[in-house]
Design a protein around this ligand. Sequence first.
Ligand code: ADP
Length: 544
Amino acid sequence: MRGLMMDRPLLIGALIQYAAEYHGDTEIVARTIEGPIHRYTYCEAERRAKQLARAFKRLGIGPGDRVATIAWNNHRHFELYFAISGIGAVCHTINPRLFADQLRYIVNHAEDKLLFLDLTFVPIAEKMAGEWAKLRHYVIMTDRAHMPQTSLPGALCYEDLVAGETADFVWPEFDENTASSLCYTSGTTGNPKGVLYTHRSTLLHSFAICSANAVGISMRDSILPVVPMFHVNAWGVPYAAAMSGAKLVFPGPKLDGASLHELFMEEKVTLSLGVPTVWLGLLQYLEQTGKRLDGLKRVTVGGSAVPRSMIEAFEEKYGVQCIHGWGMTEMSPVGTLGLPKLKHLERSRDELLAIKAKQGLPMFGVDMKVVAADGKVQPHDGKASGELLVRGPWIVGAYFNDDQATAAAFDEAGWFRTGDVATIDDDGYMIIVDRSKDVIKSGGEWISSIDVENAAMGHPDVAEAAVIGLPHPKWDERPLLIVVPKPGRQPSKESIVAFLGDKIARWQLPDDVVIVPEIPHGATGKVLKTRLREQFKDYRLPTI
Ligand code: ADP
């Protein structure tokens, strides 16, 4: 028997409409590229999104068309999220840090018709324009006074576009499974793969991350997403904020410790989200200046494993709850969170820290299984590892126009292969052992590069650490630890190895340590292990 409840579609247009109607005077604050802080409300943001929606029609953009953005986290980007998806078009966010080859590929593969870009990215677009054959218009996200001289054909001005329309527009209704946004994964090998989100997946993911078992977003929050809107929709924060009527604070292009700290204080930010490298910068700034984080209640950290020392610093030194999350572009992106259960609250400080350092428990809606090389599903014992597979209503079902990548990404039952090696413990907490291509195979056993890196980052003189496996005639591979010292510090190899001595097993200790001024990062802030392997391919371990 079918139930008798209304079948109303879950749509992104409804999110901004709700925020304007019930949280209309809640502020959205943005640090602009032009300089000043811009301040307005959900009510005004919706009005301008409607004006843009009308402008799209004039530009010949309709349902299903791909509209690209290359932009920082700012109020105009926020308006575009809702205007584009709200009319049933697809918001294709582009990571400006991608290489030229990747930029060429994704704009052409997505068949973008229109590109919105911040002033910062005009030079990139000018370089690429000749190769983006199908793009009809470029819109520069600024006002008339700041329009640059540009070779971009027929470049339009964002504020002119908005001003040219009234807000007489009603968000249309359509099927909730309509495509809403598109993000390409910046895979280190092969072409980038497009993840095409739907209105339904976006709203379900928003409900999930708002819950207290996840990030716990509410209308009492002032949220500063450091995680860029050009990468997995800033982890879904703009949608979740609109859904809950939270104040939004957009940092624009300035993501250094001092700039972030200033906004945290001035806008009374309660929640911020970003990758570990951003927080390393902030923590170093706090250490150097002796400043505090009063008012900030929680930070969500993910995208790479979060070292325990970072959780300790946030929670014990600054009184800020540190929520460790794991996810993927293919998962919208949030999958699991390292939050303790009620029964864990009585555990010792050390045990509690260990729980928080785990990638954690899945939110309701994310199914996980760990599968061994022989196809056997592994038990939840915290020991048996294997590839992690996931499924759920906000997880990719196929890549966009890419049968080859799609064929390789799912098992026979339709679960998505994450490419991560993991274990799940008897409480259900998942721990990422490594990216499958980064695990170090030593004498038939696996060494988790993440474990060694996290332990090394606890050393008082170490800012960042990365571990790669180098070929070894006896053991197959052995770990090399690459370390960036904190400013003004000079840790010795011996002190680092001695420090690791009681934190990881003896056979997992690195065979050598090299100290470098910096470690290369990819487009989304992750350590670029491919580049490190290339850099150290001729390095001879002293144990050979
Ligand atoms: P994002 O950068 O948003 O996490 P990507 O799709 O670029 O999304 O990268 C996903 C991969 O990043 C995961 O498969 C995993 O290897 C790694 N990752 C993400 N979060 C964590 C985490 N908390 N701990 C360890 N690895 C992580």
